[in-house]
Design a protein around this ligand. Sequence first.
Ligand SMILES: [Zn+2]
Length: 352
Amino acid sequence: MNSTEHSSEIMDKDLHVTFVEMMYHLLPNPYESQEINHLTLAYFVISSLDILNSLPSVDEKEAIANWVLSFQIRPGNAADSDDGQFYGFHGSRNSQFPPDENGVFRHNNSHLASTYCALSILKIVGYDLSSLDSELISASMKNLQQPDGSFMPIHTGGETDLRFVYCAAAICFMLDNWSGMDKEKVKDYILHCQCYDGGFGLVPGAESHGGATYCAIASLRLMGFIEDNALSSCNLSSLIDLPLLLDWILQRQGTDGGFQGRPNKSSDTCYAFWIGAVLRILGGCNFVDDKALRRFLLSCQYKYGGFSKFPGEFPDLYHSYYGFAAFSLLEESGLKSLCSELGITDIAAIGV
Ligand SMILES: [Zn+2]
C-alpha cells in the first residue's frame, strides 16, 4: 500500500463518520465469522458514532434499543431465577434458543461481555436502564464469581481473567447495583494480578499487558477503590504500587510516538486507548508526548476512513473504534469526551 494512503495532518472526522455509517448499515464479509459477537460489533459501531458526535435519529435510537433488548434472556418462570444460570444478554441470534416446553433454558448463552456491550449501547441511545430487571441480572451474575474473586464469562464455564472482572464491574456500575459481586474478593483478585514490574497481567502471575492493566485500573475505579487523579492527589499510600505502575506505563510509548501493549512489541493503535485511558483515570496524561502519539495515530488513519492496527495497513472496526477513543482522550475538537473507565462517552455514562 502506498504510504500516502495513510498520511494526513488532520483527524478526518467526516471521513470516519462515513466509514462507520457504512458498517452500521452492512458489516463487510470479513466480519461474518464474528456473528457470534454481534452485540460487540454493534457496540463498536454505535459507540463510534457517539464519540464522532453522529448518532442516528431518535426513532432509530429506539429501534436500536429494542433490537438490543431482544437479546436479553429471562428465566421461564420466576422460581428459576436462582437455578445457577446467568440471566444477561446473548451475543448473537445464532446462540439464542427458545426455552423448552417446560420453560427451561437448556441453551442459555448469556455472556458477561455481551451483557456489558448491551448495557453500553442502551446507555448510548438513552434507554433508561432502571426499566431493566437489574436484580435478576445482578443476582444471577453472582453465579459467575469464583472463590478467588474472578469471574467466568458464562455459567457453563470458560476462562476467568481480568477481562470478565472488568465486564462484571462495569455491569454493576451501569445498573447501579453491586449485589452481583463480592467487591472485596474482586479487589484482592485484581491486586494479585499486579506484576513485579508494575503493570497488570490477565491472571495472577501472568506477564504485564496493556489491556489487562486497563481492566484492573478501570475496575478499581468503578468499584470506588481508587479515586480520580490518584497520582495528583499524592495519595501514594494507595492500594496498588502507583509509582511502579506509572513507570511501566510510561515505558510503553515508543520512539514512533505510539503505545505498545508490552515490551518488545510494535506500537498499535488500540493501546493508545488502553494505556491512555489508564493515564487519564490516574491523572497522568501530562506524562504523555501527545504530539508524537497524534502523529502515530494519523499514520494509521486510512484515506477512506477508519484506523488500522499498524501504520500502512487496512483499517478494521476494532482499531478504528480505539483510534476514535484515543483521539477523544487527546481532546480532538468535534469529538465527545470519553468516560475512560466505562469506555463510552461521558454523556452516555451520565445518562442524559
Ligand atoms: Zn491492537
